[in-house]
Design a protein around this ligand. Structure first.
Ligand SMILES: [Zn+2]
Length: 307
């Protein structure tokens, strides 16, 4: 799943092309992928422009242009935002003449035709769930192999509620502080890895950046949250921000199921110290990097460097 740095990369690329584009028509090929309903989805979006492309954690938020005062008076729900979550296998691909912007999951592991076919081939393809048609023949495709991703229309009030309920502070913001992290871990007997993955506690981190952060902080992923000492919490806070900042700068991480919104793989991969390196030597101590299961997720760590 794309994590904060990968979604931020998609956001930046799409913002440069989508802002002020007017949606002239829509094809919803998978009703399950949109809400509240296909009919409402289409009627609310056609004729609107995308005004901003924002992000919270791993969630993309397209702000829609205002509707006519007449429609406002009609009493029907006015949706202010389109929320898009790519989840495990979602992709967004924008076509603008010869320009192509693509981000999200690569199908290389599960589909022998690979990402090139999914992104570089004909569109729509068999995984296309929604097509947005903009003026000038421009198109945005939402592809999703496993259909866990979603496109959801919400009012501003609903958006605020959803964010407040489901998204904790995120790295690189003032809300994410040493004391906020301490609060996340305080009195928690759950494993530190599980706590860091919980989007309600901290938004944006996923398996890659949690494994990398715990390695950089020298903390065993299986330790209970409440066992971390103040100095360890401070170190963890610093390395999370540092790693996320570096990863955004490098447009995310390269691995088999993620490419960025220009169809390129991110290049944080060379900086990975443990993720995907099981069986290789730890760059710090030379011990073998191990892969175990923690919080139901494949977890990479060095038993010598992480205590
Ligand atoms: Zn080591």
């Amino acid at each position: 799943m794309p994590e904060l740095p990968e979604v931020e990369t998609i956001r930046r690329d799409l913002a440069a092309s989508l802002v002020n584009r007017k949606i002239i028509s829509l094809n919803v090929l998978s009703p399950k992928s949109v809400s509240p309903s296909v009919a409402l989805f289409c009627s609310a979006l056609v004729g609107r422009q995308i005004k901003t492309v924002a992000r919270r954690g791993k969630l993309l938020m397209f702000k829609l242009s205002l509707v006519s005062p007449k429609l406002k008076k009609s009493g029907q729900t006015i949706y202010d935002y389109l929320l898009i979550h790519l989840k495990m296998t979602g992709q967004l691909i924008y076509l603008d003449g010869t320009k192509k912007i693509a981000g999200g999951h690569s199908l290389s592991k599960t589909d022998t035709t690979g990402f090139q076919a999914a992104v570089g081939g004909e569109l729509p393809n068999k995984h296309t769930r929604v097509v947005f048609n903009f003026s000038g023949g421009r198109q945005l495709f939402f592809n999703d192999l496993r259909k866990f991703g979603y496109l959801k229309l919400v009012t501003e009030v609903e958006r605020q509620g959803l964010l407040a309920r489901n998204y904790g502070p995120e790295p690189l913001t003032s809300e994410f502080s040493v004391s906020a992290l301490a609060q996340v871990l305080k009195n928690k007997t759950a494993k530190v890895k599980a706590l860091l993955l919980d989007q309600k506690l901290i938004a944006g981190l996923g398996n890659i950046y949690v494994d990398e952060s715990l390695y950089a902080a020298g903390i065993d992923p299986r330790r209970p949250g409440d066992s971390l000492k103040p100095l360890e919490i401070k170190k963890l806070y610093l390395v999370i921000n540092k790693i996320i900042r570096q990863a955004i700068k490098r447009r995310g991480t390269t691995f088999s199921d993620y490419v960025d919104s220009r169809g390129r793989s991110g290049n944080f991969s060379r900086l990975l110290k443990v993720y995907g390196r099981d069986g290789e030597k730890c760059v710090n101590c030379g011990s073998l990097i191990l892969k175990i299961k923690v919080a139901g997720r494949g977890t990479h760590y060095c038993q010598h460097c992480q205590k």
